[in-house]
Design a protein around this ligand. Structure first.
Ligand code: SF4
Ligand code: SF4
Length: 193
């Protein structure tokens, strides 16, 4: 009898739990049903990438010490570090550095582990090319800084949804001084000091 009662109790608990999850899912669905679709008129309008966006990698040739840490931590050993030993200075001399963005998965490992911080991830995401070999960026191409969406006179920048003021879901026609939801990283650092 006790066993039967325990089974009924467990079954009831699981049913309530399942109903709760279904309710949570439907709440999200109903919330979206009230929203209007937002169309970003790309390429005339572009969303401003978020602060930690992992776009095309930027490389600073002069800071690289040819240690090859970036190659070892890359899941596909992608960066090509071409160096030679200089017997006079007894140091490695970097000749060439390249990353093929047709293969890179933008995981950011190389950026995270580079000891001299000569790698960084930019907000550039427009990497389309007619020939996939053009995606193999050499040190010159990697050293180019991206064009910021907010500084491009041909583009209307729109705030990414995460940064819209609380309760706002339409990035068009926002007043200039509209405060974003949440804090900027520098504000968080300031308050934690
Ligand atoms: S980890 Fe950094 S310093 Fe070392 S080879 Fe790679 S880019 Fe150069
Ligand atoms: S972002 Fe990831 S996949 Fe791309 S080069 Fe760096 S470590 Fe390799």
């Amino acid at each position: 009898m006790l066993k039967f009662l325990k089974q009924v109790s467990d079954y009831t608990k699981e049913t309530v739990q399942a109903a709760k999850y279904i309710g949570q899912g439907l709440a999200v669905t109903f919330d979206h049903m009230q929203r209007r679709p937002v169309t970003v008129q790309y390429p005339y309008e572009k969303l401003i990438p978020s602060e930690r966006f992992r776009g095309r990698i930027h490389f600073e040739f002069d800071k690289c010490i040819s240690c090859e840490v970036c190659v070892r931590v890359c899941p596909i050993n992608l960066p090509v570090v071409d160096w030679e030993f200089n017997p006079e200075t007894k140091k490695k001399k970097l000749n060439h550095y390249s990353i093929d963005f047709g293969v890179c998965i933008f995981c950011g490992n190389c950026v995270e582990y580079c000891p001299t911080n000569c790698l960084s991830m930019t907000e550039e995401y427009e990497l389309a090319a007619y020939d996939r070999h053009e995606l193999n960026y050499d040190s010159v191409a990697l050293g180019r800084l991206p064009y910021k969406v907010t500084e491009d006179p041909m583009v209307t920048p729109l705030r990414e949804f995460a940064y819209l003021p609380k309760g706002v879901i339409e990035p068009h026609g926002l007043p200039g001084g509209a405060k974003r939801s949440g804090s900027r990283p520098e504000d968080i650092v300031e308050t934690e000091k």
